[in-house]
Write a protein that binds this ligand. Structure first.
Ligand code: FES
Length: 553
């Protein structure tokens, strides 16, 4: 079973636990209303989680999530990891030990000795009889929630809709445990008042069938037994890692980086593990989960010394249009010496630099436009270099203005080509409309420039434009002084291909169906084609527009 598949199972289990926590905290929050409201909420809560399917789902999820966490801990080749991941691991590993007392005193006591655990009994114990336990339990609530929130954030952060939803989710993440704790405090005060009534405590404890001393001793033994087993399992993982490392040390692999730096690691480590162990800065925005592609490297030497990519890695590489010698460093485990060249700047993942989302990169849907001047290279051959620079700068000014006025971001000016991004903030629908409007304005701008320079140009300037909308990773990339906002991924690759296709069709614009649909513009009157794109499965359905002036935008 692949690590990616195991992570998915763990994620499914995590969602069951998240649902449990959310309902549990909501139930606590009812304490703000009254102890009776808490009891009423608890009836529904128990109907769900103490039913046979609820029990199976909850305890199945606890066992699956916990065991897979231990297994993945064993699988990790190095324990060096980003701070957020270290925090999530530490919290996750601490929680079973912190929660066991509460679980044994409630669920296990109920199951083993038919001891009921209504809020009046639990709050009496935690608020009045043992405030230290109560404080610890409140802390556990916060830690469990923090663990869940970190997991959800790092799972969702590449979703295109997440930046918009994040403030709302953050508000819920803050509000729920706060209300739960306030409910606990309010219930504590109510129980304190009730406990002052003579005979209330004794009657309540009788009613819930509080455990006899012998039963309490057995519950304590269960709790200690669990802690022993858990500690044993943790030490087992640590010992197994040590044994594996000791065995692997007998065979090491040398990974050479640009500049001649060498990392020597036991075989079985990923290239990203090697970089981390050797303190070689290496981009890894998703934390080595095979989802962002920012860790990708070119295998400069020793391509035969790495195993073939897994299906999941192959899919990511295909999406970014990677060459055959490019691999994800976090997924590739060389079995012999290799030389590699990281393809993205390590500072892409630097949390202490600009610290913005764009700097760290995020996946989102947007429209990408490519354009270039037709036949300009041939025309430039007969001109002085100063004239070429003058015309190009005027051309870049014309198209740059058209792009920015339409709401886009000019991204790259290379040769006589330009790449622009639309919808980074406004979303793919608006971005697609903006890209089409920019295309029209660019053609008009170039026509006006041609008219102005007619005396110096052998033929009027003509432009070819390709537009496609889809998912891409957007971020600030580059090195040193040369950092700029750009996008990488299949969408960029396709847009570039559509721009090249304008030459084949002798058209001003080729637009993918995806872009036209997002822009809600009917292009059915224009000729349609299916285009093959190199390194991409499936063909792209496009519309060919000879003259952009007739576009309905
Ligand atoms: S670190 Fe994200 S794919 Fe390797």
């Amino acid at each position: 079973m692949s690590v990616v598949f195991l992570r998915r199972i763990r994620l499914g289990a995590a969602f069951v636990l998240l649902a449990y926590l959310t309902l549990h905290f909501s139930n606590h929050a009812l304490g703000i209303v009254s102890l009776d409201a808490m009891a009423a909420g608890r009836w529904w809560f128990l109907a769900l989680w103490r039913s046979a399917p609820g029990t199976l789902a909850l305890y199945g999820a606890i066992a699956t999530h916990g065991l897979l966490a231990l297994w993945l801990l064993y699988q990790r080749r190095t324990l060096r990891m980003p701070l957020w991941e270290a925090a999530q691991y530490s919290l996750g590993l601490a929680l079973p030990a912190l929660l066991v007392a509460h679980v044994v005193a409630t669920r296990i006591a109920w199951w083993r000795f038919d001891v009921d655990d209504p809020y009046s009994r639990v709050v009496l114990g935690l608020w009045l009889q043992s405030p230290a336990n109560g404080a610890r339990q409140a802390l556990v609530v916060v830690l469990a929630w923090l663990h869940a929130c970190i997991g959800v954030h790092y799972w969702l952060r590449f979703r295109p809709w997440y930046p918009r939803a994040a403030p709302w989710l953050f508000a819920v993440a803050l509000l729920l445990p706060t209300l739960a704790l306030l409910g606990f405090v309010a219930a504590g005060r109510e129980v304190t008042a009730l406990a002052r009534v003579p005979g209330w405590t004794e009657a309540m404890l009788r009613a819930v069938n509080a455990p006899e001393p012998a039963e309490a001793a057995e519950l304590l033994a269960i709790r200690r037994g669990f802690l022993d087993v858990y500690l044993f399992a943790l030490l087992g993982v640590v010992a197994a890692r040590g044994v594996r490392r000791w065995r692997a040390r007998r065979r090491s692999v040398r990974i050479t980086y640009p500049g001649g730096r060498v990392a020597t690691t036991p075989s079985g480590f990923t290239i990203l593990d090697a970089s981390r162990l050797a303190d070689v800065p290496h981009a890894s925005i998703c934390g080595g989960r095979g989802r962002c592609s920012t860790c990708r490297v070119r295998i400069v030497r020793g391509l035969g010394h790495v195993p073939a990519p897994s299906e999941a890695e192959r899919r990511v590489l295909l999406r970014v249009g990677a060459a055959p010698d490019v691999r994800l460093a976090c997924q590739t485990r060389p079995f012999d010496d290799v030389a590699v060249q990281p393809l993205l700047s390590p500072t892409v993942a630097s949390a202490d630099a600009y610290g913005t989302d764009a700097r760290q990169g995020r996946e989102q849907e947007l429209a990408v436009l490519f354009a270039d001047l037709r036949g300009f290279t041939r025309m430039a051959e007969h001109k002085l270099p100063y004239d070429v620079v003058f015309v190009l700068n005027r051309y870049f000014e014309a198209v740059g203005l058209a792009i920015t006025r339409a709401g886009g971001v000019t991204n790259q000016f290379t040769g006589d080509g330009v790449m622009a991004l639309f919808g980074i903030e406004a979303g793919p629908a608006t971005g697609s409309r903006q890209a089409l409007a920019a295309a029209r304005a660019m053609v008009e701008g170039v026509a006006a420039l041609s008219a102005e320079l007619a005396g110096d140009l052998p033929t009027p300037l003509r432009i070819g434009i390709g537009i496609h909308t889809g998912p891409a990773v957007v971020g600030r990339m580059g090195w040193g002084e040369s950092f700029y906002l750009t996008a990488v991924g299949d969408t960029v690759h396709v847009a570039a291909r559509l721009e090249q296709a304008t030459k084949d069709y002798g058209a001003e614009l080729v637009v993918s169906d995806d872009a036209a649909r997002r822009a809600s513009i009917d292009l059915s009157a224009f000729p349609e084609h299916d285009l093959a794109v190199r390194n991409r499965a499936g063909r792209i359905h496009v519309r060919v527009i000879d003259r952009v002036a007739v576009l309905p935008v």
